[in-house]
Design a protein around this ligand. Structure first.
Ligand SMILES: [Zn+2]
Length: 474
């Protein structure tokens, strides 16, 4: 068995994987900015985190996974200028930003469930962690990494020697580049805002620097520290997060703690649609629901989005989805036929454990190699081929084969039944209960819990005001 290894965006090399703590893995994933329905490109990145997590569990690790929900501070150009993505929608629709956030958080949760993504242990919301962000900003000021100008706080990038290591955007090159924004307040053009003052902003909080709102980057540093500690194993995201977002996160977290923060940075490449970049104007920003409405199966969408290597651009096409459906059918058909076997027997022929061991081993070895999914899937179809050849199998052999397929599917997640699906109205009720609890409206929270129970669902409370819903009999 070879060592598990991953490509680390930080070192730009494939590195052997050593967890910080034996047997345990901590993963932080940049989650959605909840101002629109997440599209297949977003989900390709969330599915990479899901595949990583499921694979590490397959390998016997206990995984803690945190994914943030950005509901304030993410400005349109990903940097310090422009309007807040969420507030722009709130203004257009004449709604409260939190209402917009709730609507699109529901949409994200529903689509994640449709794609059989294992829920994170918590989904901290930025607006519920303002005190933690203020503390971190204060600590950065105290340590000389940040400075206050009027009611704004900026990070002085020249105080952090490794700024640029992740993205390769070293300061000298950046400053020589054409796009230097004009902001007389900043000491250096690349300094970024930790706390911003803007009277037009709808969501505002009190801080030692006056009323304002946090920058986008500080939320991930503050919330990952709160839920995973000052050091953890993995940080995932889309390649568009590398700069400025993740570069700034490193400067903040390591600036505040003085410790090496994340061990492995993993980034998913862009998704193309029919060979073109995704864009609103082209109308190809498909959501999961839109694809389901077109008649595609949810597990086929999942399969298609995980079936190519995360470090390659993936070209999404409807033909690709149909091919994914056929691939799953091949496995399902094999499982179906095995389940029809009635020939009793407890003798297992030598070749059965032999091909199964080979398939499980090849599958694990392929994913150990920086999640080489194509090779892993080849091992699955080899197993299917061998199982199909065994036309005279007995029940004992069937059990061994089905157990192996189940073990493989604990990683792929494409065969699981849809029996445990949570309907959108149940998700919405659970969200309402969460809001009621936050407002300390215990009566309403209890009412909703009873209503959920009556409808056959159990809601379990989790850290960070989070919750999990399950079918009562699941
Ligand atoms: Zn982030």
């Amino acid at each position: 068995m070879s060592q598990i290894r991953f490509y680390n965006t930080y070192s730009k090399q494939v590195e052997p994987f050593e967890p910080l703590q034996a047997g345990k893995v901590k993963i932080y994933s940049c989650g959605p900015t909840v101002y629109s329905h997440p599209h297949i490109g977003n989900f390709r990145s969330f599915l990479m985190a899901d595949l990583l997590k499921r694979f590490l569990e397959f390998k016997g690790f206990t995984v803690s996974h945190v994914m943030n929900i950005t509901d304030v501070g993410h400005l349109l150009d990903d940097a310090d200028e422009g309007v807040d993505k969420l507030e722009e929608v709130a203004r257009k629709e004449k709604k409260d930003p939190l209402e917009i956030a709730k609507f699109y958080t529901d949409s994200f949760m529903t689509a994640s469930k449709m794609l059989n993504i294992k829920p994170a242990d918590s989904y901290p919301r930025a607006t519920e962690h303002i005190p933690e962000m203020i503390d971190m900003v204060q600590s950065l000021i105290d340590k000389g990494h940040a400075y206050v100008v009027g009611n704004n706080v900026y990070y002085d990038v020249t105080t952090f020697k490794d700024y640029g290591r992740l993205s390769g955007n070293m300061l000298d090159d950046l400053n020589a580049g054409a796009r230097i924004e004009v902001n007389a307040e900043k000491k250096n053009p690349q300094d970024f805002a930790l706390w911003k003052h803007d009277p037009r902003h709808i969501q505002q909080w009190d801080s030692p620097w006056g009323r304002g709102f946090p920058g986008w980057h500080i939320e991930c540093s503050a919330m990952s520290t709160k839920y995973l500690g000052e050091q953890f194993d993995f940080h995932t995201g889309g390649e568009d997060n590398i700069f400025p977002h993740h570069e700034c996160e490193i400067a903040q977290s390591e600036g505040a703690s003085g410790k090496k923060w994340v061990r492995y940075w993993m980034h998913t490449r862009f998704l193309m649609v029919d060979g073109e970049k995704m864009s609103k104007s082209k109308g190809n920003l498909y959501t999961i629901q839109e694809l389901v409405d077109k008649g595609f199966k949810k597990n086929a969408i999942r399969y298609a989005l995980i079936s190519s290597h995360y470090r390659q651009n993936y070209n999404f096409t409807f033909d690709g989805l149909k091919a994914a459906e056929q691939a799953i059918d091949k496995i399902s058909q094999c499982v179906f036929l095995l389940r029809q076997v009635t020939a009793e027997g407890d003798a297992v022929r030598d070749e059965v454990p032999a091909f199964i061991e080979k398939a499980i081993n090849d599958f694990g070895e392929a994913l150990s190699d920086d999640l080489n999914i194509s090779k892993a899937l080849a091992a699955v179809f080899e197993l299917v081929k061998d199982a199909n050849k065994l036309t005279d199998a007995n029940t004992a052999e069937v059990k061994v084969i089905l157990d192996a397929i189940e073990r493989i599917d604990s990683v792929l997640g494409v065969l699981e039944t849809s029996a445990d699906e949570i309907p959108p109205e149940i998700m919405s009720l659970a969200e309402e209960r969460r809001t009621a609890k936050l407002a300390k409206n215990w009566t309403r929270a209890d009412e909703i819990r009873n209503e959920l129970t009556a409808k056959g669902f159990v809601v379990e409370d989790m850290p960070g005001h989070d919750y999990r819903i399950k079918c009562r009999d699941a």
